[in-house]
Design a protein around this ligand. Structure first.
Ligand code: NAD
Ligand code: MN
Length: 358
């Protein structure tokens, strides 16, 4: 029997609630499949640990999970610690050294879910956003001097490397090629940012030459928000920088019904390191501890995890179970306008898995 080792890192806030739900659904999925087992190791990394020890994860933390087949991650962030400390101390402390440079974010309107866009139901909105996940605006290059003085200066330098841009463009063109429409939109801001973004455009055109079967176009990021809202059906695969895709994917999630259903995969495509799967959302301070967090983003991320492990049948089965559950408004959590709890949605997905006899 195939066996996979998964590192579960719930982190903070509703991260703990949705990861518990995700582990439950994945275990139900493995039981239903019968062809593989999942062995979960649980890590208590996050802000509580930071408050006790001064570090979000142990010094040898990455060594502890380097040998795992995948990572299931919740969220990093609490109200009483500055967000940049938690983000860099935990999430980016895993993504960056593990070279998870391709962040993949599918967006669809699931059955039973209503888009805030008029006349947009299902087929009109079916996207995958590819986010450059290792450099660009979040490279971490910059500094701050003369703190507190009138002459204080702070910089965050966007770093674009030929190697980094080339590999994400290749990844995006490959992904676009694998989808039925073979359509890629390259998001840019090369009118205002005349160095990094111009190189980004040039490399896109160079890489495109190797993919004559993929139709591609270029879109300035500001105009892209309009196109996503007004002409969603003209988009399919989208590639954008770290910052641009961060913002556009929250918009995409909202247009598809809720941030609570949006999944993401932080991939190290070469598989030198484990890849990490997580819902897009954060700790959701306003609802944490209430048991009403939507677990669907974590379930969908778990589908991506199973695909990455090479278990496509189990992945498809879990996605079918999720779609059966979203189709029933009685099983919608409050972010979708319903009254269901995290536990009820999770139980319903597990029951749908058990009942799936395809
Ligand atoms: P957020 O995603 O936590 O919440 C935004 C809004 O969406 C809130 O109203 C919240 O209730 C709602 N929401 C989010 N997920 C939901 C779910 N599963 N079910 C129902 N409703 C949901 O974003 P924020 O408020 O900007 O950030 C809160 C904290 O989370 C901050 O510390 C931030 O840095 C952190 N954060 C972490 C990650 C990550 O670790 N990947 C991502 C985003 C934000
Ligand atoms: Mn974000």
């Amino acid at each position: 029997m195939r066996s996979y080792k998964i590192a579960a890192i719930p982190g903070d806030g509703i991260g703990t609630e949705v990861i518990a739900a995700g582990v439950e659904a994945l275990e139900a999925c493995a039981r239903r499949d019968g062809g593989f087992t999942l062995v979960f190791d649980h890590f208590d990394w996050g802000s509580a640990r930071y408050k006790k020890t001064g570090a979000f994860m142990p010094e040898d933390g990455r060594a502890q999970i380097k040998g795992h087949d995948a990572i299931l991650f919740g969220s990093a962030g609490v109200p009483d610690i500055a967000d940049h400390l938690t983000l860099w101390g935990l999430r980016l402390a895993i993504c960056q050294p593990f070279d998870q440079y391709a962040n993949v974010r599918p967006t669809r309107i699931l059955p039973g879910i209503t888009s805030p866009l008029r006349n947009v139901s299902g087929p009109e909105l079916d996207w995958v956003i590819v986010r450059e996940n290792s450099e660009g605006e979040y490279a971490g290059v910059g500094g701050r001097v003369h703190r507190g003085l009138p002459e204080e200066v702070a910089t965050d330098v966007s770093m674009f490397t030929r190697a980094g841009v080339t590999r994400i463009m290749r990844f995006a063109f490959e992904l676009a090629r694998s989808r039925p429409r073979k359509l890629l939109t390259v998001v840019t801001k090369s009118n205002a940012q005349r160095h990094g973004m111009v190189m980004w455009d040039e490399i896109a055109a160079e890489v495109a030459a190797g993919y004559p079967d993929v139709t591609w176009d270029k879109m300035l990021v500001d105009a892209m928000t309009m196109r996503m809202t007004l002409r969603p059906q003209t988009l399919d695969t989208i590639v954008a920088t770290n910052l641009h895709a961060d913002i556009l994917s929250d918009l995409a999630a909202a247009l598809a019904g809720s941030l609570g259903i949006a999944p993401t995969a932080n991939l190290n495509p070469e598989r030198t390191f484990p890849s990490m799967f997580e819902p897009i959302h954060g700790s959701a301070f306003d609802i944490m501890g209430k048991g009403i967090a939507n677990p669907v983003g974590t379930f969908w991320s778990s589908v991506m995890l199973l695909e990455h492990l090479g278990e496509p049948a189990a992945a498809a089965r879990l996605m079918r179970a999720v779609e059966r559950v979203t189709a029933d408004p009685a099983l919608h959590t409050p972010d979708l306008g319903g009254k269901a709890t995290t536990a009820e949605v999770t139980a319903a997905v597990c029951a749908a898995l058990a009942a799936d006899n395809r």
